[in-house]
Design a protein around this ligand. Structure first.
Ligand code: TGC
Ligand code: FAD
Length: 392
């Protein structure tokens, strides 16, 4: 892969809206990605492996629990800082951002929000440093968009719970030390349980042959009569709203993250278009390539404004699920369209691993599917504005 010459676009001077802390956090993440992620990520994507050596760096830039209070090992930052960190990481690779999203919003957040004080103290500091890595098990082979139909279940056996079932498409599962697993009790009510690697009957086979998110490890969670101690139940919230509450936080991070992937594609395409000479002039001097590039920067700017305003609402505790859905849906679609256009600007070179664009484009196929598909987010907006639920 070529040297990382990335320069972040800021067409509407959005930096002026950021605090000094936002800029410090963002710049630290940006420098770390340039130093430790982009030089190695293409190789890891090609060999379909998560680069374990970056876990310490992710922890250092505050990517594990950015908004979790410092007394639990988190960075104690606001939601805009959290978003900016996700943006910078996904500028490097969506799979790396996935690992950070899962650890922060899908593992640390439910333990922080729904766990006991003992659970918080036991797990959060180790998750914040990366000593423990976590995963989140909601999706099942037959229940993806409709998790309420899940069949994974646990029975009360007096001094422990007995857990049975299977989860599919679980980011980080092959190497996770713990899993936050969503399962039904004997009354069909959904609860969160912390399952630890090493518990008998618990296995995490890896899913191979992905053409997308190749630098992220994805796998299954299989529970075959797993004895889970009762103190591993998250008592603070139950019902489908408990896992969906975690998704709000992760989807918010993705709305920012997708901007990073789009910025990288735009920046690469702009530089290439200025340098590539065809018919005696830079292709950047042609109207067709200018149309592509002008539309890219317009869409990136709109997405940045959407994410920033959502961050303000989130800081005030006012961001609704439907507002988050709109931003996740819009920004990921924006990024995938930019990746496709940017790839064309590079002609044949666009399909090689010399440049990041094709990797971003393929990664974004997962991003547009997980955390609620593009269709599901449209239906969430539709239900919100019409009052009619069109899911069922
Ligand atoms: P519905 O009837 O709408 O709601 C059931 C209950 O949940 C409450 N609720 C929420 N609570 C908190 N936060 C939210 N965002 C909530 N949304 C709904 C709701 O009020 C209700 O509560 P109650 O007390 O009345 O029971 O549920 P539904 O079955 O109709 O489903 C709605 C739907 C389709 C929107 C939902 O199931 C959905 O979002 N489906 C998409 C599934 C999904 O996003 N899966 C993601 C899996 S995790 C993942 O992909 C990680 S990728 C990791 C990475 O980044 O690498
Ligand atoms: P389905 O739900 O079967 O959907 C198939 C198609 O039908 C989609 O186009 C969908 O939009 C459409 N559809 C579904 N319902 C409706 C409807 N009512 N109306 C109209 N169209 C509809 N899950 C986790 O729990 N934890 C993870 O860490 C995790 N990581 C993931 C990592 C990767 C790389 C991927 C690809 C997925 C991951 N997922 C994870 C799972 C992800 O959340 C699901 O793939 C997603 O929610 C969609 O579920 P599904 O794949 O079963 O598709």
């Amino acid at each position: 892969m070529r040297p990382d010459l990335f320069e972040a676009p800021d067409y509407y001077n959005l930096d002026e809206l950021l605090s000094e802390e936002h800029k410090l956090v963002r710049d630290a993440a940006r420098q770390w990605v340039k130093r430790d992620v982009t030089p190695i990520i293409e190789e890891f994507a090609q060999k379909a492996e998560f680069p374990q050596q970056i876990i310490g760096g992710l922890a250092e830039i505050g990517a594990f629990g950015p908004y979790i209070p410092v007394e639990y090992g988190g960075a104690g930052l606001d939601q805009i800082s959290y978003g900016l960190i996700m943006q910078e990481i996904e500028r490097g690779d969506s799979g790396v951002r996935s690992t950070a999203s899962v650890q922060s919003s899908l593992v640390m957040y439910p333990i922080f929000a729904y766990g006991t004080e003992e659970q918080r103290m036991k797990y959060l500091p180790k998750l914040a440093t990366g000593e423990y890595m976590g995963c989140f098990g909601l999706t099942e082979p037959d229940h993806g968009s409709n998790p309420s139909g899940m069949v994974t279940n646990f029975k009360d056996k007096g001094d422990h719970f007995l857990l049975n079932g299977a989860k599919l498409w679980i980011s980080n599962s092959p190497f996770a030390d713990i899993a936050v697993v969503w399962a039904k009790d004997e009354n069909g009510r959904i609860h969160g349980l912390i399952v630890e690697r090493g518990m008998e009957g618990f296995s995490t086979p890896e899913t191979h042959n992905k053409w997308s998110l190749r630098a992220s490890a994805t796998g299954e969670l299989i529970f075959d009569n797993v004895r889970v101690p009762k103190e591993n139940l998250l008592p603070g919230k139950n019902g489908l709203g408990a896992p969906l509450g975690c998704l709000d936080s992760a989807r918010y991070g993705i709305a920012w993250g997708a901007i990073g992937a789009a910025m990288d594609c735009y920046d690469t395409a702009l530089r290439y278009a200025k340098e590539r000479i065809q018919f005696g002039k830079p292709i950047a001097a042609t109207q067709l390539q200018q149309k592509k590039l002008a539309e890219m920067i317009t869409e990136i700017t709109k997405a940045q404004l959407l994410a920033f305003r959502l961050g303000q609402l989130k800081n005030e505790g006012r961001a609704t699920t439907a507002q988050i859905s709109m931003a996740k849906r819009n920004n990921v679609e924006m990024a995938i369209k930019i990746a496709r256009e940017a790839r064309q600007v590079l002609g044949g070179m666009g399909i090689t691993g010399e440049y990041s664009i094709m990797r971003h484009m393929m990664n974004l196929e997962s991003v547009i599917t997980y955390e609620g598909t593009h269709d599901i987010h449209l239906l969430i907006t539709g239900a919100d504005i019409t009052g009619h639920n069109a899911f069922k």
